[in-house]
Design a protein around this ligand. Structure first.
Ligand code: ADP
Ligand code: MG
Ligand code: ZN
Length: 492
């Protein structure tokens, strides 16, 4: 049967996608999870190593207390239940960057379970379940680069071997690449707020594997999944999923079957490729790690850890909308990072009118930042600076126009608003009305016909006079004041 493009579109619409994500996050502990080696990124290869993380015979792991605390904190932030007892397990496989021949991870008794993240979807929010959060050690890194005499050499850097990781496994609750993207954005934001990781994808501190299958709409059973590994940006994960879903639909539509396999995404081509199939899949032969005791995090310890849980972004946005009378969009921008939100709140609390502070961020700061191509965190004008400028306008010391000019100077000089305000000699908008009144008198005298019109009831003509006065003052006059004076004089 020949399918026209139309029928193939209709046929494809009969399928829906099912997605589950596995995210690895490196914890910001100063030392590794089972030894005291440094976790510093970028040190010369194989300098942050010792018998434990090199996997030398007889070396014994000692669990890093901070790693446990960070992992539990992240799990709590992800609404998980932390298990009082969890068990480390050996996950056995061979790979050149895994010197012991096994990775210490957790298997049937993980650190935490039953969590969820809320993501925004059209017309509301959707809960994506989190199956588990467990602790494990990172592997080393294979460097496939040209070295000295050979271009084909692979070298091993074990600096990363033994760095503390958490793995966050989602339920297969994600229904589209867009939802997967939102989930990752929220997940990263929450982890960043807890401060347990820098989630730097370029440095590999956050890595994601995406599992995806398709099934006929309304079908209960899941289809066979494939796993796309090692994708290094959220955008590429979304693209890889889009490609993979269409590929799977195509296979099913043409009467084929999906093989369970691991695939790699080539972002230049926008396509995924087979890496290994289920037949070559690992049997990890998990068994409890004999060199480590069960991990106990009792209620008392859990309560201690929970105390350092910060207010999380979603809750914070809701509160900020209520506290400062700002819009949800404002709150979204202002919670870009925890540091920024902290700065904003400190500044807004100290300012005369918090809403004006938020408005200035939106109306004056964001556009200039965008034009400069930088994020709000690199803004030359700090939240404190925005607050000062807001107060100056609020109390009528400077005009809106003057504020704009001062912001332009701040950006040109890469200096904060208070510094530029000082440098400019603390400018004030004129409150001496005599000069302004003289200008107005002159303008009224020069336009007797418009004055007649106004007095005959055509009051809209005042706009013409405001324009004339503003032009004469080179836009330095306070428009409100101009309006008042004009009304008085024209009325008289
Ligand atoms: P595996 O043992 O192959 O690693 P898991 O059951 O541990 O599989 O699940 C790994 C991830 O894949 C989880 O995030 C889970 O939600 C997701 N997942 C499981 N089955 C499917 C499926 N049929 N389609 C899409 N995702 C799935
Ligand atoms: Mg898996
Ligand atoms: Zn070590």
């Amino acid at each position: 049967m020949v399918t026209t493009p139309e029928t193939s579109v209709a046929a494809r619409a009969r399928y829906e996608a099912v997605i589950g994500l596995e995210v690895h996050v490196q914890l910001l502990t100063a030392t590794k999870i089972f030894c005291s080696c440094s976790t510093r990124f970028g040190n010369p290869p194989n300098t942050n190593v010792c018998p434990v993380c090199l996997g030398l015979p007889g070396a014994l792991p000692v669990l890093n207390r901070k790693a446990v605390e960070f992992a539990a904190l992240a799990a709590m932030a992800l609404n998980c239940q932390v298990n009082a007892t969890s068990i480390f397990a050996r996950k056995n496989y061979f790979y050149p960057d895994l010197p012991k021949g096994y990775q210490i991870s957790q298997y049937d008794k993980p650190l935490a379970e039953h969590g969820a993240i809320e993501i925004p979807v059209q017309g509301g929010a959707k809960k994506i379940g989190i199956t588990r959060v467990h602790l494990e050690e990172d592997a080393g890194k294979s460097l496939h680069e040209g070295f000295a005499d050979s271009v084909d050499t692979t070298a091993i850097d074990l600096n990363r071997s033994g760095v503390a990781l958490i793995e966050i496994v989602s339920e297969p609750d994600i229904a589209s690449p867009e939802e997967a993207y939102e989930y990752l954005i929220r997940l990263k934001e929450i982890i960043l707020y807890t401060g347990v990781s820098d989630c730097n994808m370029e440095e590999g501190s956050l890595r994601c594997d995406a599992n995806v299958s398709v099934r006929a709409r309304g079908q209960r059973e899941f289809g066979t999944k494939t796993e796309v590994k090692n994708v290094n940006s959220f955008r590429f994960i979304r693209e890889a999923l889009e490609y993979e879903i269409e590929r799977q639909k195509g296979v099913l539509e043409s009467g084929g079957q999906i093989t369970q396999e691991t695939r790699l995404y080539n972002s230049n081509e926008g396509k995924t490729y087979n890496m290994r199939s289920k037949e070559q899949a690992h049997d990890y032969r998990y068994f409890p790690e004999p060199d480590l005791l069960p991990l106990i995090i009792d209620e008392k310890r859990q309560a201690e850890i929970r105390r350092s849980l910060p207010e999380l972004p979603e809750a914070r946005r809701k509160r900020m909308v209520a506290d400062y009378g700002i819009t949800e969009y404002d709150a979204q921008v202002l919670t870009f990072s925890k540091a920024l939100a902290d700065q904003f709140e400190a500044a807004a609390k100290a300012a005369k009118n918090p809403k004006r502070v938020a408005n200035l961020v939106q109306s004056e700061l964001m556009g200039r930042l965008k034009a400069k191509g930088c994020e709000i965190e690199q803004s030359p004008i700090s939240m404190k600076g925005v607050a000062l400028s807001a107060d100056l306008v609020e109390s009528g010391v400077i005009s809106g126009k003057m504020l704009k000019d001062l912001y332009d100077l701040s950006f040109a000089r890469e200096k904060d608003f208070p510094d530029v305000y000082e440098e400019e000699g603390r400018p004030e908008q004129s409150r001496d009305t005599s000069a302004l009144e003289q200008t107005i008198d002159e303008i009224l005298a020069a336009h007797p016909r418009q004055v007649e019109q106004f007095r005959a009831g055509k009051t809209a003509v005042i706009g013409f006079f405001v324009g004339q006065v503003m032009r004469a003052s080179k836009r330095q006059a306070n428009p409100q004041l101009v309006n008042e004076l004009l009304t008085r004089k024209l009325g008289g």
